[in-house]
Design a protein around this ligand. Structure first.
Ligand code: ADP
Length: 248
């Protein structure tokens, strides 16, 4: 099995929008349990890359595999989400009038189980899982608070908790610490380091302090393909990366 040890594999992926190559021969290899950070200047193709993986955008050419056998290009967005690919967009999208606990209940039971959640008819096992996630995202004491009253950072953690409760195999997170205080950013780093190993995370982030804190391996995207890959120190010392970030 040549793809053993891979959870996500992209090869030579290309996407054009009105003749403009947003993704240009992009290849990416992510191992299970890895915490990969993706960085790169605006317009590098980071969002488009996530859109491709989650099935929102179809590439013009190339391969996208989930695990060693699942060809993601044969599946639509809903099917891909159901396979255990969770995505978090930059802005938190929690249900503000509902409590923290109710938000997690809804995420746990999915659209079909909404009624069960609303009537609090969850199994003991599901309750244990909710408590576990509440502890992980450090919101146990806020469980009865309406989500709308949480701080920005807490809303972000709640949304991450709503993904975690579905036990995703791969999590894609877009700028998770944007707008967070230093303390919230540090707590998020601790959370991600706890998740690493059990889950696979791909994190797009501009905050280099945060990237250095969490990532073993960083991928630098530029003009739709991989410019450099390695530790943060390695890529930051790369002449091409410096050029791209400092302007030509
Ligand atoms: P990043 O997330 O790294 O800032 P994006 O993936 O958002 O980069 O964008 C990559 C390039 O593709 C940009 O030049 C952007 O303007 C272009 N682009 C992205 N989506 C579309 C679209 N739907 N239509 C046209 N151009 C797009």
């Amino acid at each position: 099995d040549v793809t053993h040890g891979r959870i996500l594999y992209l090869e030579d992926v290309c996407v054009s929008f009105d003749g403009f190559r947003a993704i240009n021969k992009l290849s990416l290899d992510i191992a299970p349990g890895e915490l990969r950070c993706i960085i790169g200047p605006n317009g590098a193709g980071k969002t488009t890359m996530m859109d491709i993986v989650t099935g929102k955008t179809r590439p013009d050419s190339g391969q996208v595999f989930f695990g060693s056998t699942i060809d993601l290009l044969r599946h639509n967005e809903a099917e891909i989400a159901a396979m255990g690919l969770g995505r978090k967009f930059q802005k938190p999208t929690v249900f503000e009038p509902l409590t923290v606990f109710e938000n997690l209940e809804l995420a746990l039971s999915g659209p079909r189980g909404v009624a069960a959640a609303l009537w609090h008819r969850l199994s003991g096992e599901q309750h244990d899982r909710l408590a576990e996630v509440l502890t992980l995202i450090q919101l146990s004491e806020e469980r009865q608070r309406p989500a709308g009253l949480l701080s920005h950072g807490q809303k972000q953690w709640l949304e991450i908790g709503m993904l975690l409760i579905q036990d995703p195999k791969l999590l894609l997170l877009d700028e998770p610490v944007a707008g967070m205080t230093d303390q919230e950013t540090e707590r998020t780093a601790e959370l991600f380091l706890t998740l690493k190993g059990k889950h696979t995370l791909i994190v797009v982030e501009h905050d280099m302090g945060f990237v250095g804190r969490i990532a073993e391996k960083v991928t630098v995207l530029c003009e739709g393909s991989v410019l450099a890959e390695g530790s943060l120190a390695q890529v930051q010392a790369d002449e091409r990366v410096i050029e791209v970030y400092l302007g030509r």
